[in-house]
Design a protein around this ligand. Structure first.
Ligand code: ZN
Length: 261
């Protein structure tokens, strides 16, 4: 079977921000159709368009893992661990979902392996990705942010490359030859080439940036070039803020989008 090299948009933490997601997908599709969207969880929670966001993602070939906000919105997870603002958003989101949407979120796996170490691959086209929202130690809860956590994650990562979200931060971690992890911040236009070095990659958030830059972000994986490129994208922040306020969600959730905090 002939398989064409793929262009894949990797998104995470969309959080019901339809305008943010649309801007990301428009940017990813500006140079031609994308073949798939890989989503690292937290599709819903915080903003006011959960149903529309799910539909926009499902209109494309989609693979996704579950985030803590997805599980809370289905009722599979309680909101005791959430701060009051996140809990309010989760309970509001749960009331908006149709039975079909709830089932879609409830069926999302916690981890997903695409390709794998036992899949024969051309040396010039490395494959094998593990998708998880937080980390392989704590799939929906751990914020993977330091070397100790990255080392524990690498120990459980059976593929060359791991894709994580949850922190809403743009970075990659390389596993150095001596086995220690090295963190690197990514920004708009940062490109890395996939090779022998094992990696953990975080695309940042397509719905609620937290690094002081209000633009949403994603990673474009170009399989033919074996590259990952981070992109920052401006979007209609006011549209998302209006929806949050009109829904009666905590106003802080609208305010924070303007500052990317
Ligand atoms: Zn999130």
């Amino acid at each position: 079977m002939v398989r064409w090299p793929m262009r894949i948009a990797i998104v995470s933490d969309v959080h019901s921000n339809l305008a943010g997601l649309r801007a990301v997908l428009r940017d990813a599709e500006a140079n031609g159709a994308i073949d798939a969207v890989w989503c690292l969880g937290d599709i819903v929670g915080y903003a006011a368009e959960p149903s529309e966001t799910i539909a926009e993602l499902r209109a494309r070939p989609l693979v996704s893992v579950a985030g803590n906000h997805d599980l809370a919105a289905t009722g599979l997870m309680g909101v005791d661990e959430f701060n009051p603002v996140a809990a309010a958003a989760a309970l509001w989101t749960a009331e908006q979902l149709s039975e079909t949407e709830r089932a879609f979120l409830a069926d999302l796996p916690l981890t997903l392996v695409l390709g794998g170490p036992d899949v024969p691959t051309a040396a010039d086209r490395p494959r094998g990705f593990t998708l998880v929202h937080g980390s392989l130690l704590e799939p929906v809860w751990e914020y993977l942010l330091d070397a100790e956590q990255a080392a524990a994650h690498f120990a459980l990562q059976m593929t060359p490359y791991g894709l994580v979200g949850h922190s809403h931060l743009l970075f990659w971690v390389e596993e150095r030859a001596d086995g220690t992890p090295a963190f690197h911040r990514a920004d708009d236009g940062t490109t890395i080439r996939l090779g022998d070095t094992r990696l953990i990659i975080n695309p940042g958030s397509a719905g609620q940036p937290r690094d002081g830059d209000p633009r949403v972000s994603y990673v474009l994986y170009d399989e033919a070039a074996a590259t990952m490129t981070w992109h920052r994208v401006a979007y209609d922040i006011a549209a998302t803020q209006t929806g949050i306020r009109a829904a009666g969600l905590p106003p802080f959730l609208a305010d924070r989008l303007a500052t990317g905090r």
